[in-house]
Write a protein that binds this ligand. Structure first.
Ligand code: PMT
Length: 309
């Protein structure tokens, strides 16, 4: 049986390096260098679900649930607080700022009799605010977006990013909101071409993905403030599982959320505290996003961490 650390080495050797990996690493190097000169705090936010391909030339895959709301919304609030954000997200999942341009965009626009397109009066302030923020972020080079699709892409890019953030000390934060698969098919066991239904029913054997939080906290980025997320569908398991994760991996914070209630209720769990955040009906009517409250609380915890280390 493989030892725990060789598990991880094996995983990386049994999954393909993502397309344009070198290019992503160069972008990371430039971005990190720029932020260090400006003495900015850096946060790596992961967002969206990972896929597990069934074939090398992938037609079919298993997916993990996540729209990218948590990650993209949180990114905007961290950017507002002048954090430099590395946004590692699933291709085509929600992104900061662009998330506001969903299909409702057509309801915000008007076609005039002369054929011009104008923003309706009642939507102007909202859109103007987003465009202004977006332009500032671009000018200040505060945001770097990197994309993944498969679980392999995600973990290769996560590791490469952590390696580049290592040695920057406590000013770095990790916010692991991506929904990460626990099972995969190693390259060697994968069919190269599309699996044929003419061969009859399909039986799949998936291998366990090693929990990468372990090397991440121990070796890849030991001094950063590390936040993992815990997703459960059974609320009775949430807090105990979060505590178990903190005990096992020794990171700083778990944000626990139940699938159905995740947009109005989360719990911040540290080794000493359990702090629920619950939006009221009034908050929801006002359009308060729970991420605005999460980010405020997380920044306080990060500041305390920096002071005490
Ligand atoms: O995007 P939305 O639709 O808004 O949904 C947001 C969310 C519900 C997906 C998000 O808030 C969330 O809970 N993300 C974490 C989901 C998840 O992978 O939970 P988990 O209980 O399976 O894993 C717990 C932690 O272990 C995760 O932080 C993950 O990064 C880590 N992990 C998981 C698998 C693995 N092989 N290695 C890991 O290190």
């Amino acid at each position: 049986m493989a030892s725990k650390s060789s598990d991880k080495v094996l995983f990386f050797s049994q999954t393909s390096i993502p397309d344009k990996f070198e290019e992503s690493c160069l972008k990371l190097d430039d971005f990190v260098k720029h932020q260090v000169v400006l003495n900015r705090k850096i946060i790596l936010i992961t967002s969206g679900g990972t896929t597990v391909p069934l074939e090398s030339r992938t037609v079919r895959f298993i997916d993990n649930f996540s729209s990218g709301t948590r990650g993209s919304t949180s990114a905007e609030y961290f950017l507002q607080k002048n954090y430099a954000v590395i946004f590692l997200h699933r291709h085509k999942s929600l992104e900061p700022f662009y998330r506001h341009l969903n299909r409702d965009i057509f309801d915000s626009l008007e076609l005039t009799s002369t054929g011009d397109i104008v923003v309706k009066h009642e939507n102007k302030d909202h859109l103007a605010k987003i465009i202004k923020q977006y332009k500032t972020i671009e000018e200040e080079k505060l945001l770097l977006k990197l994309e993944f699709t498969s679980l392999g892409d995600y973990l290769h890019l996560l590791k490469a990013t952590c390696e580049r953030l290592n040695k920057l000390g406590t000013s770095v934060m990790l916010y692991l909101a991506a929904a990460v698969s626990d099972f995969y098919i190693p390259k060697a066991d994968m069919s190269e071409h599309k699996i044929q239904s003419s061969n009859g029913p399909l039986e799949l054997k998936l291998q366990l993905v090693p929990k990468m939080l372990e090397p991440l906290v121990k070796d890849w980025l030991p001094s950063a403030y590390i936040i993992s997320f815990k997703l459960e569908t059974d609320s009775r398991l949430l807090i105990s599982k979060s505590k178990q994760a903190l005990d096992k991996y020794k990171h700083q914070l778990v944000i626990a959320n139940e699938l159905e209630k995740r947009k109005r209720e989360v719990t911040l769990v540290t080794s000493e505290t359990v702090n629920p955040i619950i939006l009221s009906e009034e908050d929801l009517k006002r359009g308060t996003e729970i991420e605005s409250v999460i980010v405020k609380e997380v920044i306080k915890l990060h500041d305390n961490y920096i002071k005490s280390n």
